[in-house]
Design a protein around this ligand. Structure first.
Ligand code: SAH
Length: 373
């Protein structure tokens, strides 16, 4: 009778340690072996128990009979001329997810996914186009960081943003356990202030994140400064309207960041800046203006650099702190969902892609006329 081996990487950190400890104790192993095994889960990861050469061979085999430590399968990697690298991983059920590594001076930020696909259907986002498949498990979220640490040479993150595929606060249990793994010294040891959870404004999730004692950062994807426009760009606004999102941001005990993707002629006008400034002042938010990454969805156009500067200047005059983000990985389709969309497209014989660039729904209007969106 085959006994199911337990996946140690799919367990919350403390539970994994208990499992290892109970297993070793039952075998009569010395106490120090617990740490020898435990640190190999995340802090100093290995691909197989066999690689933990400081353990006796018989113990390595016994661990392998009781547990698994599965890795993510790397399907493809793209490197941008600016140093940004994008990875597509295949999961055990055939789903695929993306992770992006973004170097910037001394920092290396990993942008990680929390769901396969996404249910939210934001009008400009490539991930929304593919729909929602499922939540990722702990070993699949934290496993993205682990997989890059296992590459040669290892790729180590100093910062993490939950800005890959999916809505992290709709997969809170696994995301919360992952935050612990990322932050604790027995995990990846990344400071809580260097870990940012990005959300469309899922209220219960914001409360849960705020209740954590660590100083994890919260970014809210605002993208529109009033309910009418936001509903059209972000359907979730029907369930969680702006006023409630702003109230949640005010109640959050740390300073929040607003993400605001600049859509030419859609949300980048002077009156939008004035409305946005009021919201930001209301909850003391810092505003990040993000250039629209081409190849998202919905046929939107990016605002021009001078329009972005004007918008930022207006926010500043209204007493709001603001930064204009540089777009990274422009040549590798590095925005949310784009690499997976590109792979699917390449497989479709109906639409050959000579240069590997992605253009989702080219020519389709943004539909801000009260139409289908
Ligand atoms: N669901 C979460 C996290 C994933 S998306 C959230 O929405 O915050 C991370 C950020 O990328 C969000 O602000 C999202 O709106 C933005 N984004 C999606 N598609 C984009 C594109 N084509 N160009 C620029 N930003 C994009």
């Amino acid at each position: 009778m085959a006994i199911e081996r337990e996946n140690l990487l799919a367990l919350p950190l403390d539970v994994a340690r208990e499992r290892i400890s109970a297993f070793l104790e039952a075998r009569g192993e010395p106490r120090f072996r617990v740490d020898q095994v435990f640190r190999r889960l995340w802090a100093d990861p290995v691909r197989t128990f066999e690689e933990i050469t400081e353990l006796p061979r018989a113990l390595r085999s016994a661990l392998d009979e009781a547990f698994t430590i599965p890795g993510l399968e790397l399907v493809t990697e793209q490197a941008s001329s600016d140093g940004t690298r994008k990875f597509l991983f295949r999961l055990d059920d055939g789903q695929s997810i993306e992770t992006v590594s973004i170097p910037d001076g001394d920092r290396v930020t990993f942008c990680i996914s929390s769901q396969a696909g996404c249910a939210l259907q934001c009008a400009f986002c490539a991930t929304g186009v593919m729909g929602f498949a499922r939540n990722l498990r702990i070993d699949e979220i934290a496993g993205q960081v682990r997989a890059l640490a296992l590459m040669s040479p290892p790729l180590r993150a100093t910062n993490i943003v939950f800005m890959g595929m999916g809505e992290p606060l709709m997969n809170w249990e696994a995301v919360s356990a992952t935050l612990t793994i990322l932050n604790r010294p027995e995990g990846f040891g990344i400071g809580a202030r260097h870990i940012t959870v990005s959300t469309v404004g899922v209220l219960p999730g914001i409360v849960a994140l705020g209740a954590r004692p660590e100083q994890f950062r919260l970014a809210i994807s605002i993208h529109a400064p009033n309910d009418a426009l936001r509903r059209r760009l972000m359907p979730i606004n029907v369930k969680y309207p702006l006023a409630e999102v702003i109230a949640a941001a005010r109640a959050f005990d740390r300073r929040v960041t607003f993400e605001y993707v600049m859509l030419g002629g859609v949300n980048d006008q002077g009156e939008h800046a004035t409305e946005l400034a009021r919201l930001a002042r209301d909850c003391g938010a810092f505003v990040n203006l993000i250039p629209l990454h081409p190849g998202g969805a919905g046929g939107f156009l990016p605002s021009t650099p001078s329009e972005m500067r004007d918008f930022a200047a207006r926010l500043r005059r209204e007493g709001v702190e603001v930064a204009i983000r540089r777009s990274r990985g422009m040549d590798i389709a590095a925005a949310c969902g784009q690499l997976r969309v590109e792979r699917l497209r390449r497989r479709a014989p109906a639409r050959p892609d000579e240069d590997g660039e992605v253009h989702v729904s080219p020519g389709v209007g943004p539909r801000l006329d009260g139409g289908a969106a």
